[in-house]
Design a protein. Structure first.
Length: 503
């Protein structure tokens, strides 16, 4: 195994100040994640205002299906990042060429497979999840176009994973910025100027994905790193490298898929609480999406940092990096939590929340503000364990925490709520009658019985809604505790793929 590779010191995480390397790597990742969240919001604004609410619902309806498919290549992207970071840390130029070119070959295979499978099955899958008839045609059009252009999105994810493995988090940010700006401009052009509707939104996203996918490939080919892409290697992917990438990536894919399915179950419980809680919870989840971005960035930084140092055989430096990442996550979580606690009311009001929605939202967001320390520790420690090659452990701990949350949410929140709803319906109080009449007058309910059911949920929700957040907080604590125990007592130091690469 040759170890004469020349490395740019900016990308070498095996040398230099630990905090400086971690934070310097994490900041572009955090900015890229925030950019992604922001352009999704802008995307929704354009669709909602210029195409209509049905179109916005049509685009939103495809999200669960897209997340399940995305789980596969996002996991493989993580596997590629781990294998490349360890090989890079080992200064193995020949091995680096092999795994980098193999990861691009896998991108082509996965992208082609998703296009071939997903495009013809788009409408049947939408019917399977009971997409409403008034939006299924638009949803099908959108999903088919997205599936047809999957290759660009896969190239971005695996190419960015490769760059992060090479110690560079800056160029994935550049690719995301280009994608975001392109997507927003094309949304406006296709939707407003060409009046293409939902199809225009889908084409804008597909073209933006393609551009963002080309940038990492161009950057790798530019000579900025001790590796290039070769058509011969891409056409003949290495079997051992492929196995290593899938071995480390599939646990993350399974974890992401399980989390997506778990979210569907939790959402079904949340729907029992009525429209006010759904509205409050939706706003909280949007705020939560931004709040966890810094912790996720530190987690990805820990993956590359530990991966490179494990590859270089610097176990002590890898451990110090984990501790530095954990400390950084705690500080960030305290700042984020304090901000959400102090400004939670104004965040809710910015989305138009008032009355019961505002009360529920403020209560929920202030409780969760105390839980971000657990999120930060889970992200950093889990990311570090993946970087070390112990990808199964964070997948197991995360899925376990999610499995704990589901019964807690039911037995603490949804179950007692449904019992009280039945009691309210049986009592036929004047308050129920007034609220049900008010709901029925909106025209949103076909029968008075449906209006009474929703009215009873709204009346019962204030007594039980916080238990849904308590279940979420407990699962965060359990996830952080389990992965920390593995870091403390597990054998993650022995999971390096480099020492066994030639086995």
């Amino acid at each position: 195994m040759a170890k004469n590779m020349k490395v740019n010191s900016k990308n070498d995480l095996t040398e230099g100040p630990i905090f400086g390397k971690l934070i310097g790597f994490a900041i572009p990742v955090i900015l890229g994640n925030l950019c992604f969240q922001l352009y999704n919001v802008v995307d929704s604004i354009v669709v909602g205002n210029y195409v209509g609410t049905d179109a916005l619902a049509a685009v939103g309806a495809v999200f669960p299906i897209m997340m399940l498919f995305n789980a596969l290549f996002m996991g493989v992207s993580m596997g590629a990042q781990i294998v490349i970071s360890q090989t890079f840390g080992a200064k193995d130029e020949e091995g680096l060429r092999t795994v980098t070119n193999t990861s691009i070959a896998l991108a082509i295979i996965i992208g082609a497979a998703i296009t071939a499978i997903g495009t013809p099955l788009a409408k049947p899958m939408l019917k399977l999840i009971k997409t409403p008839a008034n939006i299924i045609n638009n949803s099908s059009t959108y999903l088919m176009i997205i599936f047809a252009g999957t290759l660009g999105n896969v190239f971005y994810n695996l190419g960015s994973g490769a760059l992060r493995g090479l110690g560079d988090s800056r160029w994935p940010l550049v690719a995301m910025l280009v994608s975001s700006v392109t997507n927003i401009i094309l949304d406006l052009v296709f939707v407003i100027y060409f009046d293409m509707g939902v199809a225009g939104v889908a084409w804008a996203t597909t073209i933006a994905h393609f551009l963002s996918g080309m940038i990492p490939l161009w950057r790798i080919q530019s000579g900025a790193y001790p590796v290039r892409l070769y058509l011969k290697d891409i056409l003949h992917p290495d079997g051992i490298a492929s196995r290593r990438i899938f071995q480390l990536g599939l646990p993350s894919s399974i974890q992401n898929a399980a989390m997506s399915l778990g979210s569907v179950v939790i959402q079904s419980f949340a729907n029992s609480f009525g429209s006010n809680f759904i509205a409050a919870n939706t706003i909280i989840m949007k705020a939560d999406g931004f709040a966890i971005m810094p912790m996720m960035g530190l987690g990805m930084a820990s993956t590359s940092f530990v991966g490179q140092n494990i590859g270089a055989g610097k176990i002590d430096r890898a451990k110090k990096g984990v501790h530095a990442g954990q400390l950084s996550a705690i500080v960030v979580a305290i700042v984020v939590g304090a901000a959400l606690f102090a400004f939670g009311k104004y965040i809710m009001q910015a989305f138009g929340a008032d009355g019961q929605v505002l009360m529920m939202g403020v209560s929920g967001i202030r409780f969760l503000a105390f839980c971000y320390v657990f999120v930060g520790l889970d992200q950093v420690t889990g990311g570090a364990m993946r970087g070390a090659g112990a990808a199964i452990a964070p997948a197991i701990t995360s899925i376990s925490a999610n499995l704990i949350r589901i019964p807690l949410a039911y037995f603490l929140g949804a179950g007692p709520l449904r019992t009280e709803i039945r009691q309210i319906l049986a009592a036929k109080t004047a308050e129920l009658s007034t609220k049900a009449t008010e709901f029925f007058a909106t025209g949103a309910y076909s029968t008075m019985e449906e209006a009474e059911q929703s009215a009873a949920a709204v009346l019962a929700a204030p007594n039980h809604f916080m238990n849904m957040f308590y279940a979420m907080g407990i699962s965060m604590f359990v996830g952080a505790l389990l992965i920390y125990l593995y870091f403390k007592f597990g054998k993650w130091q022995e999971k390096s793929i480099i020492k066994n690469y030639d086995d």
